[in-house]
Design a protein around this ligand. Sequence first.
Ligand code: PHE
Length: 454
Amino acid sequence: MKDRQNIHGSWASRWVFIMAATGSAVGLGNIWKFPYIAGQNGGGAFVLVYLLFILAVGVPIMMAEVLVGRRGRQSPINSMREVAMEAGHAPGWSVVGWVGALAGFLIFSFYSVVAGWVLAYVAAMGNGEFLDIGSEQASKVFSRLLADPQALLIWHSVFVVLVMTVLMGGVNKGLERATKIMMPALFVLLLLLLGYSMTSGSFGEGLEFLFHFDPSELSWDAVLVALGHSFFTLSLGMGSIMAYGSYMPKNASIGGTVLTIAALDTIVALVAGMAIFPIVFANSLDPGAGPGLMFITLPVAFGHMPGGQVFGFLFFVLVALAAWTSAISLMEPGVAWMVERFGLKRGPVCIMLGMVVWLLGIAALSSFNFGSDIALFGMNIFDFLDFITANVFLPLGGLFVAVFTGWILNKKITGNELAIANPLYYLAWSVMIRYIAPIAVAAIFIFNLIEKLG
Ligand code: PHE
């Protein structure tokens, strides 16, 4: 086979790919969303189901995305087209890349708003605004922020600029360099916070909550939430991992690499839970507080603990870094495609796309203030964007990638890219990608639609 070259560059090593993909996967999904949905769904049993989906659905689909990206060596849109044509099929498969890039924009628009809250909290924590504050006051601080479009706009804009600056630098001087600095920092901060929580929080109670197993607490709805979240948290179904895979060295094994990334992402989510819940319990707060868990409950807890100001500040810095490296990967598929399609430099492309997502973000942030009356299918714009991406776009994208690699590509291509020595492992992957993943995903897709829109 002729080896394609990627015009955008490639990761210096397998480890850089692992770090970059982990940077994409580890984000608000792990630190903000996972603890609060685990809290809302009763903890233990939910966590187990989520782990199951990561292994049975997430890992095989992530392998499929990396496979297609590395084979095509271009943006997801063009890689899907090239690889489909190589297998003797219609170039129209590129539509999966198109829908993915669109999903990236839609996710970015609300992701950037939440990341903006995080930045605002970095500042507020640093200023000691939460010292000795009660829950009621803390929720007032949060609602005041949401009601202030100007403040939201400023922080959202700062975040867009941060993300676009890294993207402008390109694969090696932007993405790779940022990854190498931010990922180690993220892991150090996480361990520091875990240590703090182990010594200052009700650690046993936190662990018990996350890992006790009581199947009677598990609702069908929780199963669906867990499956949807396994896509979101691994950055699957919209091309981020495919784009990063297109920069992956040819000699690295896809299976082992993907298992490492999925394991790291899962560890971060669990450690985030282990850092957050003990603090929540030590302060007799409610683990099921919902989206406000991180913005209302935690600041109250930090405000009452020795060293809480410093650790609260560090906590929000950690979340900001995680959100930053994820948001970069949300835009990379679109940026790479624009560069390929129009032969433009990354600079102007990033400025143009940055303006587009900046505008979309304004629509999302208006949901909490001047646009709160706008309703789409009974949801405000922010909730609608969250809903339609996590429950429609990502599962659908993942479903198509699974069908494409499992049923459309031949064994010559998938076997060659995956290069799995043990035929049993290859068989396991193909059963998962052909049957288990598509069926599970189709189920979540259909049930969610029936439940939410029906
Ligand atoms: N995985 C990221 C998180 O957990 C979100 C994300 C989704 C990033 C899809 C890229 C693509 O926060």
